[in-house]
Design a protein around this ligand. Structure first.
Ligand SMILES: Cc1ncc(COP(=O)(O)O)c(C=O)c1O
Length: 424
């Protein structure tokens, strides 16, 4: 039997796939998003920022200024590390938002933090290495780690984030030290939970004690609607060997594909640069310069973030209020203080993957929770995004969701006549 056969990767042609592609599935989320693009569906599925809030005019002004003042350079190849003025600004932003003190030569501009995850996995993970994360975890990170044949270990988290007792007992018992601890510290995707200040300190100390490097992924830190900002885990006094990922996707626009890795370790930084060169040479020169121009306009970014927080904060309230009114007894959900997501646990008898077609018939979409769990075995959870619909649509959408749940309860297998034929 050929190696391809053994790994279930037979092809009809002469192509023979690399073994590392065997465990990589299409993201369930991307598949769901295709259906939910239909306008009649109220979608809580994507992690999408609201397009009507993109700063289109200001970015157009910035783009014009870049064409006018630095057009040829903006259209030329450029350095893999990234546009120097943008890296300088990232350092100022990280100091202000995360309490991280960095030099520009410790910042690598990447094409979305998703690329950052891939590059980090590429330089750190050998087949069979373990990566520890909280369970449930960001799907894109699980995909990136598994692409390099990592063994992902999900540990339980509670309302304060990853449980340190679980981390300690894993590390004490581990025959081989895991390669990385991956955490989304603010308003986690998918749960909306924030790692508390004491936990940040304890995790930093525990990881340092066991020689476990940390990857802190922090796309949502500026989208806070309640409470005070906390310094990053990587800025904790006991922290050692940290990588930190940030992005312009959630505060400006994801289509720009501008993000950054802060990597104070010289050896890691250098290897990331080489990996980036092999991947795409550099992040789009024009986009980097457009973002650099935009963020340097006095007061513009701060005003934009304040507006996002006000509007997303209202949407979050609308969703929390609607969930409290509509969901059946036995349901529970998180109360995120920022970010884009609420995480819901329905009564155990409900499988949210079976619930989804029922919900789509009622013109509302969500992401079933199973794909975020490292072993997919908690079937009654789901993720709701609240940033991409008005409060009125959120209320209608949650009402439709509650109807679908009642229906799934009453008709566990077939269900009544569909309200709208789902086009799956
Ligand atoms: C936790 C987390 N990390 C990374 C990303 C990817 O973001 P980017 O657009 O910067 O690639 C996302 C996007 O939803 C995310 O939620």
């Amino acid at each position: 039997m050929s190696a391809d056969h053994a790994s279930g990767l037979e092809t009809q042609t002469g192509f023979r796939f690399a073994a590392r592609t065997a465990g990589v599935r299409r993201s369930a989320l991307r598949e769901i998003l295709k259906v939910t693009e239909m306008p009649e569906i109220i979608s809580f599925a994507g992690g999408l920022p609201a397009p009507e809030l993109f700063p289109v005019e200001e970015l157009a002004d910035a783009a014009q200024a870049v064409f006018r003042d630095e057009g040829a350079a903006a259209l030329q190849y450029s350095t893999s590390e990234g546009h120097a003025p943008l890296r300088e600004w990232v350092c100022e932003y990280l100091l202000e938002t995360a309490g991280l003190s960095l030099a520009p030569d410790q910042v690598l501009i990447v094409s979305g933090s998703q690329q950052g995850l891939d590059l980090i996995a590429k330089v750190l993970i050998d087949p069979g290495d373990s990566v520890v994360c909280e369970d449930p975890a960001y799907l894109g990170a699980l995909q990136a780690f598994r692409s390099y044949q990592a063994h992902v270990i999900g540990l339980p988290a509670d309302s304060e984030g990853l449980r340190v007792d679980e981390l300690r007992s894993l590390l004490r018992g581990a025959a081989r030290r895991p390669k990385l601890l991956y955490l989304v510290t603010n308003f986690q995707n998918p749960t909306g939970t924030t790692l508390s200040a004491p936990r940040r300190r304890e995790i930093a100390e525990t990881a340092a004690e066991f020689g476990l490097p940390i990857l802190e992924d922090d796309p949502y830190c500026s989208l806070r609607y309640e409470g005070d900002r906390m310094p990053a885990l990587a800025a904790s006094p006991g922290a050692r060997d940290c990588l930190y990922l940030g992005t312009a996707s959630k505060v400006l626009a994801p289509g720009l594909r501008v993000a950054w890795i802060a990597a104070p370790d010289r050896g890691v930084y250098e290897r990331l640069v080489r990996a980036k060169q092999a991947c795409d040479l550099h992040t789009a020169s024009f986009n980097q310069r457009m973002v650099a121009n935009y963020v340097r306009r006095p007061g513009v970014l701060a005003a934009h973030i304040a507006r996002l927080c006000r509007i997303y904060g209202e949407r979050r309230q609308a969703m929390l209020g609607a969930l409290a009114r509509e969901l059946p007894p036995g349901s529970a959900w998180t109360h995120p203080r920022g970010g884009l997501f609420v995480w819901v646990r329905l009564p155990d008898t409900i499988d949210t993957e079976t619930l989804l077609p029922e919900a789509l018939r009622r013109r509302v979409a969500f992401v079933p929770g199973a794909s975020f769990w490292t072993n997919g075995d908690v079937r009654s959870t789901l993720r709701l995004n609240f940033s991409n619909a008005s409060p009125a649509r959120i209320e209608t959408g949650v009402r439709r969701l509650a109807e679908a749940i009642r229906c799934a309860h009453a008709y566990p297998s077939s269900g009544p006549e569909p309200v709208l034929e789902a086009r799956l």
